[in-house]
Design a protein around this ligand. Structure first.
Ligand SMILES: NC(=O)c1ccc[n+]([C@@H]2O[C@H](COP(=O)([O-])OP(=O)(O)OC[C@H]3O[C@@H](n4cnc5c(N)ncnc54)[C@H](OP(=O)(O)O)[C@@H]3O)[C@@H](O)[C@H]2O)c1
Length: 307
């Protein structure tokens, strides 16, 4: 594994298949690169992807290049734009009777035009927030049972442009006459933080002392050269990205750090990192009324938190 000097992963981590990590959106970009590092370290990785074909190719590519001949990777289908698929993923995973040491909510979209999920939610809200909201809740008992465990939520620095009032009054972005992919994306990334912090409050059951052994870490992975900007920047995407952006290989090391590094054992409280550095997210993300309202609305939108 390329453990660059400007990351705290200077001491190689070694697991013996006993560290189980689920990564959503493991078929491309930061998620795919994170799987590669985790497999090198000997973790057991569950690739939660919408495309079986892409996931199989990623696993084959990693198997062909890894020094870990006992690489443990499993694909379970997950389409976050379909809440039934989220429930099916949870059922299939739970049938395996495996623990979860880290659940990495990584998959994400930045749309340039209005699109809807299977259940008719705006895609960015539906995939970036709602699908992950349901997934985490369905796996929460397993995460508690597997504690110490971690939930890593890929937010973004752009959450600072998120509009909490708009998110809560018009989550599907129906009122503005023209669609803004940037605004819906920023709103969804603020939703990620409101969700993460409410989860911390729930897990601690009102106490300042952690009650569950489940850590929740929200993070910005850097500005990274991936396909997420393809719709926005078109054919310039890879040229601009290659010149100015971080690589998925490097940026994903920060995701891996938060997911499995012992330095992050027992992390508690409202945690937001930009790569390896802890930062303060915007004031609105700490607003408990916004957190509660988003939670309540999300429960309704997913049709309850049961399988
Ligand atoms: N790149 C950046 O600069 C940047 C900055 C801040 C935050 N982030 C966040 O980092 C995360 C990863 O982004 P990335 O840059 O690696 O993007 P990416 O290269 O576009 O990869 C996105 C991943 O999400 C998956 N995905 C999309 N829709 C899905 C759905 N409905 N169900 C399941 N999986 C789905 C994609 O699957 P397919 O392979 O099938 O398309 C792909 O594996 C996102 O949450 C993003 O918001 C990225």
């Amino acid at each position: 594994m390329s453990q660059q000097a400007n990351s705290p992963l200077t001491v190689p981590l070694r697991f013996k298949g006993d560290k189980v990590v689920i990564i959503t959106g493991a078929s491309d970009g930061i998620g795919k690169a994170a799987v590669t590092h985790l497999v090198e370290m000997g973790a057991h990785v569950i690739l939660a992807c919408r495309s079986e074909d892409k996931a199989m190719k990623v696993m084959e590519e990693i198997r062909n290049k890894t020094a870990n001949k006992d690489a443990m990777m499993q694909f379970i289908p997950l389409d976050l734009s379909d809440l039934e698929s989220v429930r099916n993923f949870a059922r299939k995973f739970l049938e395996k009777n495996l623990p979860i040491h880290a659940l990495v909510c990584n998959a994400g979209v930045w749309e340039v035009e209005r699109k809807k999920t299977k259940q008719q939610f705006e895609n960015t809200y539906g995939i970036n927030h709602l699908g992950h909201f349901l997934l985490v809740n369905l796996l929460l008992d397993k995460l508690k049972e597997s504690a110490p465990s971690r939930i890593i939520i890929l937010s973004s620095k752009i959450h600072s442009s998120g509009d909490a009032k708009e998110l809560l009054s018009d989550p599907n972005y129906e009122k503005p006459s023209s669609y803004s992919g940037k605004q819906t994306y920023a709103n969804s990334k603020l939703a990620n933080l409101l969700f993460a912090y409410k989860l911390v409050r729930n897990l601690n059951e009102g106490s300042s002392i952690p009650q569950s052994g489940v850590s929740v870490i929200a993070m910005h992975p850097g500005v990274v050269n991936t396909q997420i900007f393809a719709g926005l920047l078109g054919s310039f995407s890879s040229i601009i990205g290659g010149l100015f952006f971080d690589t998925p290989e490097h940026a994903s090391l920060s995701v891996v750090f938060h997911a499995v590094h012992p330095d992050q054992n027992g992390v508690t409280g409202f945690k937001y990192y930009e790569q390896w550095k802890e930062k303060k997210s915007i004031a609105d993300s700490f607003n408990e009324k916004y957190q509660d309202d988003l939670w309540e609305m999300s429960v309704k939108h997913v049709g309850g938190l049961t399988l």
